[in-house]
Design a binder for this molecule. Structure first.
Ligand SMILES: C[S@@+](CC[C@H](N)C(=O)[O-])C[C@H]1O[C@@H](n2cnc3c(N)ncnc32)[C@H](O)[C@@H]1O
Length: 195
């Protein structure tokens, strides 16, 4: 059933997480026993359903601003009987405010806003929680910015490159940059204070 949703999404050009990135994400959740998850960017609910299927105790808040995507996600999640575990919020990420604390925040929307989203949702990350960002190599374009003809695309990719540099130099975090996984997966966690 979820496989059919994946095939349909791919056929219709809906940008869903790549197999390799998903495998990494699911393993990570299992290994680190993440239960409370916030996902930025639902699309049709594919990645949130895959995460929820791992364990009945997992709960996911996921945010989507596109009405068509949201409607499809609601149907898909209900048909797969995962609606008790997944709450889809129909709104812009920028408007989502909560006091809830999460074990994992999975960022998979608006690549140009990654720095902003990181700062915005850091207060919602448990002390030992993780943030994971997809598309950190953006189809390998981050390695060839100067060859990109389209100005808009070049500006977007430059923002991802800048975000990569920023997290590398940010003393608040320990990071794991997995450029060879899917479309590039960044894992970030709070650096434990040195003793
Ligand atoms: C890459 S897709 C998400 C894919 C999904 N995580 C998966 O792998 O199945 C990104 C989604 O984020 C949504 N999006 C982009 N910017 C957003 C924003 N500012 N607020 C809410 N949703 C946004 C888009 O409409 C799109 O459906």
């Amino acid at each position: 059933m979820i496989d059919e949703i994946k095939e349909k999404a791919l056929k219709e050009g809906v940008p869903i997480i790549k197999d390799e990135g998903l495998a990494f994400l699911l393993n990570f959740i299992k290994e680190h026993h993440c239960k409370d998850i916030l996902e930025l960017g639902t699309a049709v609910g594919y990645s949130s359903m895959e995460m929820a299927k791992l364990d009945k105790d997992i709960h996911i808040d996921t945010i989507e601003k596109n009405k068509d995507m949201y409607d499809q996600a609601i149907v898909n999640i209900a048909e797969n009987k995962l609606d008790k575990q997944i709450t889809v919020h129909f709104m812009a990420i920028e408007d989502f405010h909560t006091d809830k604390m999460y074990d994992l925040i999975f960022v998979d929307a608006a690549k140009a806003q990654y720095q902003k989203y990181m700062e915005m949702f850091l207060p919602n990350l448990k002390d030992d929680g993780y943030m994971i960002f997809d598309n950190m190599i953006f189809h390998s374009l981050v390695f060839q910015v100067d060859t990109i003809a389209s100005k808009n695309l070049r500006n977007l990719v430059k923002k991802i490159v800048k975000f990569r540099e920023n997290v590398h130099n940010d003393k608040r975090f320990d990071i794991m940059m997995n450029d060879d996984v899917g479309d590039g997966i960044l894992v970030l966690t709070r650096r434990k204070s040195e003793t």
